[in-house]
Design a protein around this ligand. Structure first.
Ligand SMILES: [Zn+2]
Length: 487
């Protein structure tokens, strides 16, 4: 008997030819897609645990959030009104404390809230880099989701001893990689190219050699400081440094890539590396008004894989990955002119390209026989979807998490008729509310319906890392002088 059959639905396969069935059937058996085809009389009588009449719905692959941070999800709303510099100060203080092991209650409750909302929004795979990802593994595993997790490593951002960070990274991989039937996988996460020394990149390369099946997940070319720090680290620029240490290859998932030039685009495409584009975060906050926009059209023309991500979704208060596709389009148009992407390309970036970025494009990301059964069913009965002209455009321009009625991961039904079956929603909400109250009591943050007020400067300063940022600023300063006065 099959686990799941949906018949008489619109089916967007996202296969190589972007096949769309106006009246299609998807059969799931043993956790995999068994059949995708036009509906036939009798499909309603197939034997399955769940037989769904798909009339008025759209079946598509589950969405892949290809770059995110989840452990502070409970602080949604806390950062919404801040400017970039205040945001960074407050976040740095909290991150330092997370690195020391504080706020575990908030972190665990945050993973629960994130998992609940991602299931409800059709997101079936999340790639997350956090200070303490071990708090999220069981949450995602038991909720039935697919998660790629890794602890971030940096020696110039915070004061957590770097030996301890590498030890933690190795332990995390050994304990958690390939658990929950392969739904939970580990990643190696040097944080970024502006707050890691050459030694962190070299040690990451050693770790990557020990675990050749793991993706290497980082932030690259986010700021002008990215290339400056790479030069301070003895590289010609950021990508040259990664190439020097042996990390510029098809295992690399690089968030942002915003200040990339044509040469960077070519090198990342030639290496088979992937970019995770997170447009909302940089439309909400813009640390440098003169910085160029991420060259996504150029990356795609060069053949690079580009997934979409929500990044720190609690900074911009959104679980809506459909919205990232729309934002990617709007930002590209503003930067480069009309029609930089077709709607179908954006659907591919939400699904199969995100899967490819994580090295699992052969297993996930499209509805094709043999692939793992990760799918989302959208209710198209809302009048905003009428008439049914151009389904890919509806997905990226009009769909929202509220339209998702059913979600299947690995053949398990996680959401049915809008109800999450694998989590106790009320308990999750109670726990996160209690965790945020406790966090406010402990830290001096004021958090409530009227908004948020962070603790005063002295209290925040006490939590800020000192040694790491001092080294970071010194190195950037020295390198800037060297750049200004070449020998
Ligand atoms: Zn990020």
């Amino acid at each position: 008997m099959s686990e799941f059959v949906i018949h008489d639905a619109t089916v967007l396969t996202v296969d190589e030819s972007n096949r769309l069935y106006e009246n299609g059937t998807v059969v799931v058996s043993d956790g995999r897609i068994a059949e995708v085809r036009p509906s036939e009389p009798g499909d309603a009588d197939l034997a399955a645990d769940h037989v769904v009449d798909g009339a008025g719905t759209l079946v598509m692959p589950g969405l892949v959030n290809s770059h995110s941070h989840l452990e502070l999800t409970g602080l949604l709303g806390a950062f919404s009104e801040m400017d970039t510099s205040e945001l960074l100060v407050q976040m740095t203080a909290i991150a330092q404390r997370l690195g020391e092991g504080a706020y575990e209650y908030l972190s665990t409750a945050s993973y629960e809230l994130a998992a609940l909302n991602f299931i409800r929004g059709g997101v079936t795979t999340v790639n997350s880099m956090d200070a303490r990802p071990e708090h999220g593994v069981d949450v995602f595993g038991e909720a039935g989701l697919r998660g790629f997790f890794g602890p971030w490593i940096s020696d110039l951002f915070w004061d957590v001893p770097v030996d301890e960070q590498f030890e933690r990274a190795r332990t995390f991989v050994d304990r958690h990689h390939d658990t929950y039937d392969g739904r939970i996988r580990a990643t190696l996460c040097p944080h970024d190219d502006w707050s890691c020394s050459r030694s962190v990149w070299e040690r990451t390369a050693d770790l990557a050699a020990d675990y050749p099946e793991l993706p290497v997940h980082t932030h690259l070319l986010e700021l002008d400081a990215s290339d400056t720090m790479a030069r301070a680290n003895g590289g010609a620029d950021s990508l040259a440094l990664l190439d020097d240490v042996g990390l510029l290859d098809d295992r690399l998932v690089a968030a942002h890539f915003r200040v990339a030039d044509d040469e960077d685009v070519r090198r990342v495409a030639d290496a088979g590396a992937a970019v995770a584009h997170c447009p909302s975060i940089f439309c909400y906050w813009n640390p440098d008004g003169d910085a160029p926009w991420t060259p996504v059209p150029e990356l795609r023309r060069a053949g690079a894989t580009v997934g979409l991500g929500l990044d720190d979704h609690y900074w911009h208060d959104s679980y809506d990955l459909f919205g990232e596709a729309r934002q990617a389009r709007l930002a590209a148009t503003l930067d480069s002119g009309d029609q930089q992407f077709s709607s179908m390309e954006l659907v591919r970036m939400l699904t199969i390209e995100g899967a490819r970025a994580l090295g699992v494009g052969d297993e996930l990301g499209s509805l094709e026989p043999g692939k793992r059964a990760d799918l989302a069913v959208l209710d198209l009965s809302d009048p905003k979807f009428a008439p049914r002209t151009n389904v890919p455009a509806m997905v990226v321009n009009a769909a929202s998490p509220a339209d998702v009625e059913t979600v299947v991961v690995d053949g398990e039904v996680l959401l049915r008729d809008g109800e999450v079956l694998t989590m106790d929603q009320d308990a999750v909400l109670d726990r996160v509310t209690a965790a945020v109250d406790r966090f406010a009591d402990e830290t001096g943050w004021e958090l409530g319906p009227g908004g948020a007020d962070p603790p005063g400067g002295l209290r925040t300063a006490a939590d800020l890392p000192k040694r790491g940022p001092a080294h970071l600023l010194a190195r950037l300063g020295v390198q800037s002088v060297k750049d200004a006065f070449p020998p």
